[in-house]
Write a protein that binds this ligand. Structure first.
Ligand SMILES: NC(=O)c1ccc[n+]([C@@H]2O[C@H](COP(=O)([O-])OP(=O)(O)OC[C@H]3O[C@@H](n4cnc5c(N)ncnc54)[C@H](O)[C@@H]3O)[C@@H](O)[C@H]2O)c1
Length: 307
């Protein structure tokens, strides 16, 4: 057992990450500006701002590792200036604070949007399925901030920092209550997303169950030195969030993938998590085909409350 501090632990992804870590026997401290009722963690309500404040918080709780999830979680959900400034300064504060407090390992959430799908000026994949070798081409302030955060991690590695650093790019996160009909990040339900493929086409039908993403975090924390320092991982379901064969859906809804779409098997994921499987032994276990609960009322959210 070890102690893990999760920033953004009260969020959509954070609640599942905290729960998976706690169920695996870790002692978890969640640091968030809000509290989530019933979260199996010590909850510290704190507005993460600067590195000095982060370092003293980390020094006080002395975690063995930090999982950094806090931030503005999607493009266009806040003004660009706020999104870029908030997300990059949070990452700077967490990395510098961890270094100063002598923390052993830090895992940071990035996003698949760094590769630039959906760019209004045009975008084509370099190959399908998409893996971590795909070129970066962000076209939103949110995605540009994630690229900057990935570069901050590489800078820390090049500077010879003693801490282990990792990055993961979770696909569209589906929390347990969303399988039961609770609204997703965009306000519609998962059933809506399947009924209208245009909704999920913008993110190439990618998704991951939040508990599977939590299990990825668990796997990384178990072996932070299994991959070169600063390695990045896509974290995706094994299939695509669309009813029809994904190659046909891509050809119809995302024609710019044409030429590559036929190379995908009918139920294959557009994003490959083969690197995480090879290096960490992790693969997503859950699929919309087994998790989606048709016609049920939303399960209790246990969502955040303002403390
Ligand atoms: N949800 C997705 O589909 C998705 C996909 C890819 C990447 N991500 C990334 O995963 C991470 C978590 O996303 P999420 O969907 O759980 O978002 P969320 O908004 O549900 O959770 C983020 C949490 O961070 C907290 N927070 C924000 N600013 C803070 C601050 N200054 N100090 C303390 N706490 C702060 C919020 O209160 C919230 O609880 C983000 O980095 C996001 O970019 C999410």
């Amino acid at each position: 057992m070890s102690r893990v501090l999760v920033t953004g632990g009260a969020g959509r992804l954070g609640r599942s990450v905290v729960t998976v870590l706690a169920e695996a026997g870790h002692e978890v401290v969640s640091v968030d500006r809000v509290e989530a009722p019933g979260l199996p963690a010590v909850q510290v309500v704190h507005e993460l701002t600067d590195a000095a404040a982060a370092a003293s918080l980390f020094a006080e709780h002395r975690p063995d590792a930090i999982v950094h999830l806090a931030g503005i979680p999607a493009p266009f959900s806040a003004p660009d200036e706020e999104t870029f400034r908030t997300n990059t300064s949070l990452a700077v504060a967490v990395i510098a604070g961890a270094r100063e407090a002598g923390i052993g390992a830090v895992l940071i959430s990035s996003s698949p949007t760094v590769i630039g799908y959906g760019a209004p000026a045009g975008w084509r994949p370099s190959a399908l399925p998409i893996d971590e070798t795909h070129p970066l081409a962000p076209w939103t302030a949110y995605a540009a901030a994630k690229v900057a955060i990935e570069e901050l991690v590489q800078a820390e590695v090049r500077a010879g920092a003693p801490l282990r650093l990792g990055l993961f790019r979770p696909c569209y996160v589906v929390s347990p209550e969303e399988w039961h009909g609770a609204p997703t990040q965009q306000g519609h339900t998962i059933a809506d997303r399947l009924d209208d493929p245009a909704l999920a086409a913008v993110s190439l039908f990618n998704y991951v169950d939040a508990r599977d993403a939590g299990e990825f975090v668990l796997a990384w924390l178990a072996r932070p030195d299994a991959a070169p320092n600063g390695s990045v991982f896509f974290v995706a379901a094994q299939d695509s969030l669309v009813r029809e064969p994904v190659g046909e859906a891509l050809a119809r809804w995302v024609p710019e993938t044409g030429g590559f779409a036929a190379s995908l098997g009918p139920g294959e994921a557009v994003f490959s998590s083969a690197k995480a499987e090879r290096l960490l032994g992790w693969r997503a276990r859950r699929s919309w085909r087994t998790e989606l609960v048709a016609g049920t009322k939303p399960a209790p959210m246990g969502g955040p409350t303002h403390a």
